[in-house]
Structure formats: C-alpha cells, structure tokens
Ligand binder design. Sequence first.
Ligand code: AMP
Length: 216
Amino acid sequence: MYIILLGAPGAGKGTQVAYLAQNLNLVHIASGDLFRQALEQDTELGRQTRSYMEKGALVPDEVTTKMVLEHLAALDGESGVVLDGFPRNLPQAEALDKALDGSSRAIDGVVFIKVSPEVLLRRLSGRWICRNCQVPYHEVDSPPRVKGRCDRCGGELYQRPDDIAETVKKRLKVYSAETAPLIDYYIRTGRLVEVDGEGSVEDAGKRVIAALERVR
Ligand code: AMP
C-alpha cells in the first residue's frame, strides 16, 4: 500500500501519521523530517538545503526527488508506505509516477487533508515538535503529558524555526502556488480522497482511516 498525505503546512499530516502508525503497519517517509535530520547532523545535504528551509521555500526538485526515491528504493518490497510532504509540486508528482511506472508499485491513494486557513495559522503558531522522533504537539489542542517532553519517547520538544509568522505566510503562499495544483492532478488520475482535517486528532484520524479503506 502506497499512500500520499497531501495538505497545507499545519493540516495535520505529521499528527495523522503518528495516529496511523498506531493503526496500520506503514513506513513513514517525511521529506521535511529527512531535511531537518540532515540539518541537525550538518551533512552535505543539510548544508545544501538550509537556506531554502529557513526561507520557507521549496528545496530544488532534483535534490528532493533523489532523496525520497533513494529512501523508497531502500525499503523491502513488503512494506506499505505513507509519504508525507512529498510530492510538493507537479514535477515531483510526475517524477514519482515515472519512478513507480513499470515496478510492481503504484500510488494506491492520495488523502487530501482539508483545513481552513484560520485553523492552519492557529495550529502552526502553537506547534511543538519532538527533536528525537518528530511527533508534533499543540500547546492547546494536543499538549504533551509532561511540558516540553514527548509522550512517546521522552525527547525534547522544540518550535520549528520556520513556524515563525513571516515564514509561515511564505510557506502557505508556496503551498497555494505549487502544491495545491496537485489536488487536480490526483483528481484527474482518480486517486484523490478528500478528508475534513478539522476537529480533534482522533476524529480527523478516523476520517483518514475511513478514506484509506476507500482507496485500498
Ligand atoms: P515540512 O516539514 O514538510 O513542512 O517541510 C519543511 C521544509 O522542508 C519545507 O518548507 C521545504 O523547505 C523543505 N521540503 C520538505 N519537503 C519538500 C519537498 N517535497 N520539496 C521541496 N522542499 C521540501
């Protein structure tokens, strides 16, 4: 099973993956997490991508696509995969389809998590992420049990530098211009299921799982 989670920054993709992982046996590949790891470890990839991430711009397609396709290729053929944050524009979606074309794999479904702009802004401004396992929390909607610590692994929680207001605005603009057109791309190819991403994590999670059942 190959699934893409599509949605604006703050739509709850990372939160829903954490929820899905408990319910379905899927390998999670999040392009943003991979870039943040590279930054943290100060690798060549991290140095190459830092300035784009700080500005809230997209990392060039050839760098991103290569990184994600290498991760996919390294998996055993048995695992189901959920892609989160990739593809982020049309060239990436086409490159992914091309890479899977001719293999035994294909995208089973694309779950588009729809959230209003007001809710996106509110979620991003209160977001805290685990430095260790990347699980997201929200200081009001889904706080950790112990302040500053991840419920799952005890890791330190931090606020992403690109969650500051100016960069969030830029990321939402990039989303509308570059990523939102993917909704039509996947509708045209009959793979999109839309889910209401508002309300509680559990309720949105149940809707995502119901949507996955439909595309399976
Ligand atoms: P995210 O964690 O998905 O919000 O991604 C954080 C940042 O990583 C983005 O603002 C981009 O700079 C970069 N990034 C993540 N995924 C992609 C992608 N598919 N294409 C280009 N840049 C990406």
